[in-house]
Design a protein around this ligand. Sequence first.
Ligand code: SF4
Ligand code: SF4
Ligand code: FES
Length: 233
Amino acid sequence: MEMRFSVFRYNPETDEAPRMQDYELRELRPDMMLLDALKLIRAQDETLAFRSSCGEGVCGSDGMNVNGRNMLACITPLAQLKSPVTIRPLSGLPVVRDLVVDLGNFWRQYREVQPWLVRHDPLPEVELRQSPEDRERLDGLYECILCACCSSACPSYWWNPNRFLGPAALLQASRFIEDSRDQATAERLDRLDDAYKLFRCHTIMNCADVCPKGLNPSRAIGQIRQRMLKQFI
Ligand code: SF4
Ligand code: SF4
Ligand code: FES
């Protein structure tokens, strides 16, 4: 199988402007993933920069925009892609080089939601127990691999990347708000009660549409809002 690829190239240190570069690969197998193709392209042209690690949809490092849609290269079969395949970095994020984006702000927002359990009571000797029902409340929240595909697809995030926390960080906020073992729910909700941090979400649903893990950040944002309402009634 032969396929053509048009890949975004830009090195801010040496290039005046971004450009698209074409590559052609022959003898591809339909069961190959896009990440395999990128590695073959890099074998031809070692200047191409992209991130990857696990190769199995677990680490979240190879999110990119492929034929106009955000996805993970390592779990995207070539057979599902229309040639020529246009590959760009995740949109709305500053480009470090080629397909590598600067996730500094994304990680700052992740830290801002305090993604860890907060306990005011002394910790028990052994473990913090949770009923099966309480554990189930975390389904659809804990599986996030922080690939940034959702935040990069969110128009509200493009316009306010520094003030709106974005779907990925808000899904993480919800993951700890919903956790029966956490004792900082009220503080968490207070911190999110802001015209921008949470309320810039306009339920456009791009986030749920692109999430490679099938999660729904938009629904998680709605749950936070409901919790907030209950807290203030
Ligand atoms: S919610 Fe989905 S798209 Fe967003 S960061 Fe997590 S895994 Fe990626
Ligand atoms: S539902 Fe909210 S968070 Fe998701 S893409 Fe739309 S505005 Fe962004
Ligand atoms: S390389 Fe880890 S998710 Fe794709």
